[in-house]
Design a protein around this ligand. Structure first.
Ligand code: NDP
Ligand code: GDR
Length: 330
């Protein structure tokens, strides 16, 4: 029985935070969120509003870099579960802001683990680890046993956070689990990420607002799933008696080019007429291909990805068309 359990979600205003909050509310949780101060407070909860859950979440001012604030929030809320989703999550920016990325994405997780160890050691902890940690892949299909090889400051910071999660589990007996999630997208994906950039671009071209889409490397391959499916895997990890690490993926990988083809086909257009590439969007070091093996999540958690890539692309393109027609901003 999970009714009236309290959960604290960091990164609550991001893509996953919004879907996870909706999921937990539907399960009867009292959902608390960590909100970092913004001068644009009126737009920061746009995703929560889009899902119709903004009014149902208790927001707490705080920042992952501020241990004292985290301690105060944990002492006040005493959550049964903490989902640490907050991060500087854009890989490309991590080369421009390596130290900030380390402070938030890496040390931020250590702050939260420390705060839990001090204030509420019985709390179950979820760490948002990433397939980017596999980077220069050491095996064609990446599982929990595949060695890591991070290729960006973001991935290096995530790896530190991942190992700190394992370490706090082994050293202090915390119920701390790490979800090694492969790319997951949705209509709530930030516009800077390639899938949303593509679906927004396709919608603009279809509506006559733009006549080209400028991208970087079209040959890289990713294992793309739907965020709505993936937040359930996060929750399932914290319902297990024993904490552990899990790969969460679809087991199918396609290139940026193939994603583009699907998105343009959705509105009856051909990508070759509109897509151009620009080195500006290339990275100093690239992760060429990622393909997850979600076998352990299926076997232990009973989790499988429900949404196909085709369904995901269709949902994202439709949402962007609707948003542009109604002049909604997200
Ligand atoms: P988003 O970029 O959409 O959301 C990031 C969230 O972190 C936002 O709520 C942001 O707040 C918050 N945040 C950033 N810096 C701080 C800080 N210093 N203190 C407190 N909050 C902060 O990411 P996603 O929802 O896509 O991803 C969620 C997590 O999962 C991230 O950790 C990401 O790295 C990881 N991940 C994501 C994957 C994906 O494919 N989406 C795959 C694997 C891992 P604000 O709204 O104010 O910017
Ligand atoms: P990623 O996502 O780096 O995998 O990190 P992103 O969508 O930014 O890039 C995916 C791949 O597409 C290539 N690409 C482009 N990327 C962007 N953003 N813009 C472009 O124009 C473009 N053209 C080609 C990139 O080079 C890259 O190879 C995401 C984030 O959510 C991380 O937080 C998370 O950990 C990982 O997924 C798993």
């Amino acid at each position: 029985m999970t009714q009236s359990k309290r959960a604290l979600v960091t990164g609550v205003t991001g893509q996953d935070g919004a879907y996870l909050s909706q999921f937990l509310l539907n399960k009867g949780y009292e959902v608390h969120g960590l909100l970092r101060r913004s001068a644009s407070a009126e737009v920061v909860d746009a995703r929560l509003k889009w899902l119709g859950v903004a009014a149902d979440i208790v927001l707490h001012d705080g920042n992952l870099t501020d241990l004292s604030g985290l301690l105060r929030i944990l002492e006040a809320v005493q959550p049964a579960e903490v989902y640490n989703l907050a991060a500087q999550s854009f890989v490309k920016s991590s080369w421009q802001q390596p130290l900030l990325t380390g402070a938030v994405t890496g040390l931020g997780a250590a702050n939260m683990l420390e705060a839990i160890r001090i204030a509420c050691p019985q709390t179950c902890y979820y760490q948002a680890s990433s397939s980017e940690m596999f980077g220069l892949v050491q095996e064609p299909r990446q599982s929990e046993k595949t060695p890591f090889y991070p290729r960006s400051p973001y991935a290096a910071a995530k790896l530190y956070a991942h190992w700190m999660t394992v370490n706090y589990r082994e050293s202090f007996g915390l119920h701390a689990s790490s979800g090694i999630l492969f790319n997951h997208e949705s209509p709530l994906r930030g516009i800077e990420f390639v899938t949303r950039k593509i679906t927004d671009g396709v919608a603009r071209i279809k509506l006559g607002l733009e006549n080209k889409l400028v991208l970087g490397n079209l040959d890289v391959k990713r294992d793309w799933g739907h965020a709505r499916d993936y937040v359930e895997a996060m929750w399932l990890m914290l319902q297990q008696d024993v904490p552990d690490d899990y790969v969460v993926a679809t087991g199918r990988t396609v290139s940026v080019r193939e994603f583009c083809e699907l998105a343009f086909a959705q509105v009856g257009l051909n990508m070759n007429d509109y897509v151009v590439t620009d080195p500006r969007y290339m990275r100093p070091a690239e992760v060429d291909v990622l393909l997850g093996d979600p076998g352990k999540a299926k076997e232990r958690l009973g989790w499988v990805a429900k949404t196909s890539l085709e369904e995901l692309v269709a949902e994202m393109v439709d949402a962007d068309l609707k948003r542009l027609k109604t002049q909604q901003h997200l």
